[in-house]
Design a protein around this ligand. Structure first.
Ligand code: BGC
Length: 762
């Protein structure tokens, strides 16, 4: 890129900063004024380099003082993260880094500014690669399971639990908060994310982030943005128009950021509209920092940087995850760019200020974590179990085969290693649960493998729940043996698994001939229940031949107990799908994920032609009948939703309604509000506008009301940047899934316009 272009970028950055306190500081300090004495901040006039530690000052004032007290080399240290793990391939192995972790940023000991100890990920404290000994920690269920709870309070509790383990393990930065939309059902990282809808994903992931940060530490929201496939993730160039971008993945990020207030954003590996995300001026400086007014810092995904000057000027604050000193993009190269004035020192100051501010505002800078503190695993595993018990989805329940009847005395459990454990997802998010993996020697030997099973056996848990029954296990490796076990039983429960992981994408067909096992079992016994442990949607060619199906995702440290209690009815299932399950790969916009055929370094395009019509919006728009729709989830009781009223108020719609438990068991229902302009004209026939999860005793009724985020009534308007809500009639529907016709009312809404950064919840 030409120099003029880069200087123009710096000017945009200056503009982007001109609205908040940080910008005032940029203007005050100017280039090269690191030693100028601050005039306004209390305690600073003394020139005391430790004045930033004065807790009576605001986080902004303290961050400014810290930046002023730092030398250039100290600033460069704060914008550089090293690998933390002790793997042989890691050339740093800094003695201060905490073992098994992803990142380490040197602090500034002279100024009492602590290092940043960074650990993955969204389901708990991870162990990098196959680093040994593994750091055993509580595995919260996968992100997609937590999204399936549709219960932000539950998500916040889970976040608080994993954040507490991060702090107790000596980490002040979690690399959690994955909120990429499920556009590709085969994306290997869907298990880490919050599903296909921007409101649901943003709300649930924002709640996890809030929970994590309640421990006086920070977390990221990641991977910004459009990192919706893993295949050739470093070279895939995602092409998407701005309105579609703003109304889909970016809206999920925006909502998660508003709700969770994360200390950092991790930019992604891929290119977006022909520029790498971590040096993408539009994504970082324009959308994130200017339009949304984001005040935290941007860290790169591990090794996701390309060009020192572009990274620096286009909004990347901290470089992370380089394995070889020669590959560094910041450090010496950034110093040289500052020396020759290609990058103004004020730009570096802004990066350091953002990092310092996040750590100070969260409490992490004052309350520095120490490693190896005791963890109450029993209490934490209860949190993981409660999450699993609200997020497991009962997909199908013909003839009330579930909960298991007392008369089912002979139960055959088949496959999925259900005798010993439950599956977890692989890659950087890999948590090694307490007790280590229940299965060894399966899957890739090296990262992102191997397959790790939490030692929480559904079979043993079921035996504990049902001491009156005889419960036997067959591995499922031998079809005849599986059929034989089924034949001898009153009911057969087949466990099927689909391991997914970072760095790869996966077919939608279950691996290892598992469809054939279900077929063989279904031929042998009419009473078959399938329990799925998958990372996302899979195809179920056998669905009509089984009576029950339960999606347990990766259910975490106590997943076996949660599954058993769901099967027996101790837990009344209340999870609802955060993503559509199709009948064939061709139901989605792209039947296969592109990229495998290209050479390593070749950039290639993937055009998101579906735009913002992601998931159920795509299915709806194209009249495709899903296998199980977004929002679907059965219960052992029944509910009636009624009394829908909706009114236009303050530029949006508030809907109220009543839900009654019409059955004989206590249960939770997720009431869903969908919205659409009567005249059409949106990217899809309707959008999720709000939801409420209600806990109801038998016969009990509760009323609830939801206010629709006004952005969900509008279309992104390129001409007048912001959200334009058209005057007209809107249909508001109260339903139990995206395909449930439910009941509707029509509301007239006046025209309005919302600026890019302002919406509900800010
Ligand atoms: C992943 C990130 C992760 C980082 C550090 C990258 O490969 O994409 O999600 O936080 O590694 O482990």
């Amino acid at each position: 890129m030409k120099k003029t272009g880069l200087l123009a970028s710096a000017a945009i950055l200056g503009l982007a900063l001109s609205s908040g306190p940080a910008s005032a500081e940029v203007k005050r300090t100017g280039a090269g004024s690191a030693s100028a004495k601050p005039k306004t901040a209390a305690g600073a006039a003394t020139g005391d380099p430790l004045a930033w530690q004065n807790k009576a000052l605001s986080a902004d004032a303290r961050a400014n003082l810290l930046v002023k007290a730092m030398t250039l080399d100290e600033k460069l240290a704060v914008v550089t993260s090293y690998y933390g793990t002790q793997g042989d391939w890691n050339q740093y192995r800094d003695p201060l880094a905490r073992l098994q972790s992803a990142g380490f940023v040197k602090g500034v000991p002279r100024l009492n500014f602590a290092p940043q100890w960074q650990t993955d990920a969204g389901s708990g404290v991870a162990t990098q690669g196959v680093a040994r000994p593994d750091l055993q920690r509580t595995a919260l269920p996968s992100g997609i399971l937590t999204a399936s709870t549709w219960n932000p309070d539950m998500a916040a509790k889970g976040g608080a639990m994993i954040g507490a383990e991060a702090r107790a393990s000596g980490f002040n930065t979690m690399l959690a908060g994955g909120v990429n939309l499920l556009r590709e059902p085969g994306n290997g990282r869907n298990f880490e994310y919050g599903g296909e809808d921007p409101l649901l994903a943003g709300t649930m992931v924002g709640a996890i982030v809030r929970g994590i940060q309640s421990n006086r530490i920070i977390t990221t929201v990641k991977h910004y943005a459009f990192n919706d496939q893993e295949t050739k993730r470093n070279t895939v160039n995602i092409m998407i128009d701005e309105p579609s971008a703003r109304m889909s993945d970016l809206l999920a990020f925006q909502i998660a950021i508003e709700r969770g207030n994360p200390g950092a954003i991790m930019c992604s590996y891929n290119l977006v509209n022909e520029e790498w995300a971590c040096q993408n001026e539009w994504l970082l400086n324009k959308v994130l920092k200017k339009d949304w007014g984001y005040r935290g810092f941007v860290m790169s995904d591990w090794g996701g940087m390309h060009d020192t000057v572009k990274n620096a000027l286009h909004g990347l604050d901290q470089e992370a995850g380089v394995q070889n000193p020669a590959d560094y993009v910041y450090r010496e190269k950034l110093k040289a760019a500052i020396d020759d004035k290609t990058v103004p020192v004020a730009v570096l100051d802004d990066k350091v200020r953002r990092i310092a501010r996040s750590l100070i505002a969260s409490g992490a800078a004052d309350d520095v974590p120490t490693a190896d503190n005791p963890i109450d695993f029993t209490a934490h595993e209860k949190v993981a179990q409660a999450d699993a018990e609200e997020g497991i989805v009962l997909l199908k329940n013909d003839g009330h085969i579930l909960p298991l009847a007392g008369s089912a005395k002979r139960i055959a459990i088949i496959g999925g290693h259900a005798d010993v454990g439950v599956l977890t997802g692989g890659g950087s998010a890999q948590v090694y649960p307490r007790g280590g993996s229940a299965v060894s020697g399966e899957g890739p030997k090296n990262w992102p493998g191997p397959h790790v099973y939490a030692p929480s056996s559904p079979m043993k848990a079921l035996q504990a729940e049902r001491p009156d029954a005889s419960i036997d296990y067959a591995s499922g490796r031998d079809l005849a043996e599986a059929a034989d076990a089924a034949k001898k039983a009153d009911v057969a429960i087949v466990f099927v698994t689909q391991w997914t992981a970072e760095g790869m994408d996966f077919p939608l067909t279950l691996p290892d001939n598992q469809d054939a096992i279900i077929d063989a079992v279904a031929r042998a016994n009419p009473n078959v229940i399938v329990v799925l442990e998958t990372g996302g949607p899979v195809l179920m060619p056998w669905i009509d031949r089984v009576k029950g199906a339960v999606e347990a995702w990766y259910p975490g440290s106590k997943g076996g107990e949660a599954i058993a209690r769901t099967l027996t009815g101790k837990v009344n299932p209340s999870g609802h799908l955060p993503a559509t399950f199709g009948r064939a790969a061709t139901d989605w916009p792209r039947a296969t994920i592109d990229g495998a055929q290209y050479p390593e370094k070749q950039v290639f395009d993937v055009r998101f032609t579906e735009g913002a019509a992601v998931g159920y919006k795509w299915f709806d728009k194209n009249g495709i009948k899903p296998l199980f729709p977004f929002g679907h989830g059965l219960s052992y009781t029944s509910f009636n939703q009624s009394g829908l009223k909706a009114a236009a108020k303050a530029g949006t719609i508030t809907a109220s309604f009543t839900v009654r438990n019409t059955g004989s068991l206590r249960g939770k229902q997720v009431a869903q509000i969908y919205v659409a302009p009567v005249a059409g004209g949106w990217e899809a026939p309707k959008r999720l506008g709000g939801f409420a999860k209600l806990d109801l005793a038998p016969g009990q009724a509760k009323s609830a009301s939801v206010t629709i985020d006004p952005r969900l009534l509008g279309m992104w308007d390129d001409k007048r940047p912001g959200w334009t809500v058209k005057a007209g009639k809107y249909r508001v529907t109260l339903a139990a899934s995206a395909t449930d016709p439910g009941t509707s009312v029509i509301v007239a809404v006046p025209a309005s316009h919302l600026p890019a950064g302002r919406g509900a919840g800010k």
